[in-house]
Write a protein that binds this ligand. Structure first.
Ligand SMILES: *[C@@H]1O[C@H](CO)[C@@H](O)[C@H](O)[C@H]1NC(C)=O
Ligand SMILES: *[C@@H]1O[C@H](CO)[C@@H](O)[C@H](O)[C@H]1NC(C)=O
Ligand SMILES: *[C@@H]1O[C@H](CO)[C@@H](O)[C@H](O)[C@H]1NC(C)=O
Length: 478
């Protein structure tokens, strides 16, 4: 029996090696912008100890090579600008080194990561194209010169979010899993690189992590053995003058998405586009089934029980600690009273959720059971990605007069939730993904409010009667 087990394990490693090798050579090129051809595959997962790189000794802590002929080359498993999955990525002194004698088989560096620089005194950052101190593509001979003949090895899959806190939100896990899905849907029944071993946020200091509980709580809920590292941890890896090598590296960088000429023809470096656009717009819509297993997994992991009651749940989600994206207090109170009245008249359950004072896991449980969620624009609404698609879940995002963002719209789209944007007394149209409408959105946002901070601080106006009528219509339709 034991022998049988060993035998199949060896066979499996052999198979993984063959398949990985096959895909490295056969499939991937920088032209893989039209991701997705098939949707049937749902995420699968192998045991965490699996040696994804196909190396023969899964637990070596160092990788050695003798010369340029024996250093393992980097290969691209999946890539569209901003979302990249690579195998055998080296790093020394904080520089990512992609090694290949055929550089054109790898993504263009500026489509992989950005160089982020904080603008003093402002919340904004600049995302410049990366210099060769950040990322380089080198041939094998150069690699030997830069790296020497060995590297410390980081086993398994690493997720690296190359973004500062200002542009991070709880959709981080969604973005990484969507990147894995690109790879899985291409390879059909190919190897899975899940679960990730570690998650790194090189631009977010440890002490800031609590500003966004979802950054670490959600990945830890779904993948309990994941290790999470922040800026200081990254520094520990990067400051070493001995190189490291990542078996598999998933790199996410939203600014890199907007260097894709297919999305914006004249990429400007103002970060306005990061405020109003979502990097998720780069993905083609999928059937909802791709996300369902992850929602189910989260529900299981946090001990969520589906309620036996058939009463529809409506949640009003906001954050009392946010300085922007708020209703004024009179409107807020009237809205709550009006929605509460629906509990009786329409036999439903209405929850008011202040994310500033609600435990994050409780928020997730609530989202998993909510059919209609509404609230002011902002990060709190990201919980919608866990809403039950099967119950025709709908999110309604409330906007102030001079601000519009498509972030939530794209998150909803990627997971298959109905999305509505509401301003004042009516639903407003979200521009579709074309160059023209997006640049219009950018331009109009610019013209109307050069200072986004100010536009967001304006209290959101809401015609309560019209809005509640609309809620009732949603309830009756569902
Ligand atoms: C280099 O990679 C490109 C893109 O994958 C491929 O088309 C080309 O044939 C490769 N060249 C060599 C010499 O392998
Ligand atoms: C890394 O830093 C060390 C010490 O500063 C330096 O000697 C070495 O040349 C650097 N290596 C690379 C590849 O930049
Ligand atoms: C953007 O415009 C270019 C040229 O007009 C076009 O080729 C490309 O498909 C457009 N991208 C989108 C997302 O519509």
């Amino acid at each position: 029996m034991l022998q049988h087990v060993r035998f199949s394990r060896r066979l499996w490693i052999l198979a993984a090696w063959t398949v990985a090798g096959f895909f490295c050579f056969r499939f991937f090129s920088i032209n893989t912008q039209n991701e997705l051809t098939n949707e049937k595959q749902v995420p699968t997962e192998k045991a965490p100890d699996t040696d994804h790189s196909g190396r023969h000794h899964a637990h070596e802590h160092s990788v050695l090579w003798n010369d340029a002929a024996t250093i393992l080359e980097t290969c691209s498993l999946a890539h569209i600008p901003g979302f990249t999955m690579l195998q055998n990525v080296y790093s020394i002194n904080g520089t990512l080194i992609l090694v290949s004698d055929n550089g054109s088989s790898l993504p263009i560096p500026k489509h992989v990561i950005s160089a982020w620089a904080k603008v003093p005194e402002r919340r904004i950052y600049l995302a410049e194209e990366p210099t060769h101190h950040r990322i380089r593509v080198v041939d094998r001979a150069t690699a030997i010169r830069l790296l020497g003949l060995s590297a410390r090895r980081l086993h398994g899959t690493t997720w690296l979010f190359n973004e500062p806190l200002a542009y991070a939100d709880d959709s981080a896990v969604l973005k990484a899993l969507r990147t894995h899905y690109m790879q899985e849907s291409r390879t059909g029944s190919g190897p899975s690189y899940l679960p990730p071993r570690r998650l790194l946020f090189p631009h977010i200091p440890i002490k800031q992590q609590h500003a966004l509980p979802g950054l670490s709580t959600t990945p830890r809920s779904i993948f309990p053995s994941i290790g999470i590292g922040f800026k200081e941890d990254w520094y520990d890896y990067a400051s070493h003058d001995r190189p490291i090598v990542f078996d598999t590296l998933v790199l996410l960088d939203s600014a890199a998405t907007f260097r894709n000429p297919r999305i914006l023809q004249q990429p400007d470096h103002s970060l306005l586009r990061l405020e109003v656009l979502s990097p998720l717009l780069a993905f083609t819509p999928l059937s909802n089934t791709w996300w369902a297993p992850w929602r189910k997994r989260l529900a299981e992991m946090i001990g969520f029980m589906e309620s036996k009651s058939n009463r529809l749940i409506i949640s009003y989600v906001f954050s009392s600690s946010d300085h922007h994206g708020k209703l004024d207090s009179t409107t807020h109170d009237s809205l709550i009273n009006a929605a509460k009245a629906l509990e009786q008249s329409h036999d439903l359950v209405f929850h008011v959720v202040d994310t500033a004072s609600t435990n994050f896991i409780d928020r997730l449980r609530l989202a998993l059971s909510t059919s209609i969620m509404f609230g002011p624009t902002g990060r709190s609404l990201m919980d919608v990605m866990w809403m039950p698609v099967a119950k025709r879940a709908t999110v309604i995002e409330l906007f102030p007069d001079d601000y519009l963002t498509a972030k939530q719209y794209h998150v909803s789209k990627v997971v298959g939730i109905n999305y509505q944007a509401w301003r004042g007394s009516r639903i407003i149209e979200m521009p579709s993904i074309t160059n023209e409408t997006y640049s219009e959105l950018l331009k109009s946002t610019l013209q109307r409010s050069v200072d986004i901070e100010k536009a967001l601080r304006d209290p959101i106006k809401l015609d309560i009667d019209k809005f509640v009528q609309h809620l009732v219509a949603c309830v009756e339709a569902g």
